[in-house]
Ligand binder design. Structure first.
Ligand code: PEP
Length: 246
């Protein structure tokens, strides 16, 4: 099955109203690459101005709370980010797993909550360096997928992102063989969980993707796009990745 490539940025806790100007060239690159879906997740405070500034881009949130509303001081619900103009959200990012102690079950609940609000979901999984060194990467990723993917997931609203933690922000990436191996295993696990719908689910690779390595990573079997952190902060670094996916 042919799946449209998706290149998604994740600004993390970076950016300001001034840096939204970067979106202008990113939106222009997206318009010049109609075969590629381009998305940028930004901090909550920037969702509304980003969506207003770049209506042609899918602007998203970096996380949502699993509850619709209630006594959760400091949290933001899927309905709130949708109202602000988000079209998608990331869930289960490794930085939330590390910093906030989130689990794969939390990612599952957040994905379901986001789907109820009509948001697309990019759900992250990936092993630590110790787990890879212990030859446990495949089992860890399979277990994370099993616990985090909702039964009703399909490609119309759900995307998986494989992001080895040790590759995030480090400038290090797995070999192409390692990437292809995990993506094949992830696809097989999705098929076990959701059947034929797995064929439509995109699996992104994330972890130190740059304009230099994007083309070879994106050419791997079952790699349907990229989730990009550091290199999504400026158009100069992000646009070459969009172009590599085109
Ligand atoms: C990320 O945070 O999802 C990510 C992949 O970061 P980076 O591209 O900076 O490694």
């Amino acid at each position: 099955m042919t799946r449209r490539k998706l290149v998604a940025g994740n600004w993390k806790m970076n950016g300001s109203r001034a840096t939204l100007a970067e979106l202008d060239a990113i939106a222009a690159a997206a318009a010049a690459a109609p075969g590629v879906d381009v998305a940028v997740a930004v901090p909550f405070t920037l969702i509304a101005p980003a969506a207003e500034r770049a209506p042609g881009l899918a602007i998203g949130a970096e996380d949502v709370h699993e509850a619709a509303s209630g006594a959760h001081t400091g949290c933001v619900s899927a309905a709130m980010v949708a109202e602000a103009g988000a079209r998608f959200t990331i869930v289960g990012h490794s930085e939330r797993r590390m910093d906030q102690g989130e689990t794969s079950h939390d990612a599952w609940a957040k994905a379901a909550a986001a789907h109820r609000q009509g948001l697309h979901v990019i759900s992250c999984c990936g092993e630590t360096e110790a787990e890879r060194d212990a030859d446990r990467a495949e089992r860890v990723v399979q277990a994370q997928i099993e616990k985090s993917v909702p039964d009703n997931a399909d490609g119309s609203w759900f995307t998986l992102a494989y992001e080895p933690r040790w590759a995030i922000g480090t400038g290090r990436t797995p070999t192409l063989e390692q990437i292809a191996a995990i993506h094949a295993i992830a696809r097989a696990k999705l098929r076990m969980l959701i059947g034929d719908a797995a064929d439509g689910v995109r699996i992104l690779y994330g972890g130190s993707v740059t304009g230099e390595n994007a083309a070879t990573i994106l050419a791997c079997d079952n790699v349907d796009g990229a989730l990009v952190g550091g290199a999504s902060l400026t158009a100069a670094k992000f646009v070459p990745i969009v172009e590599a996916a085109a």
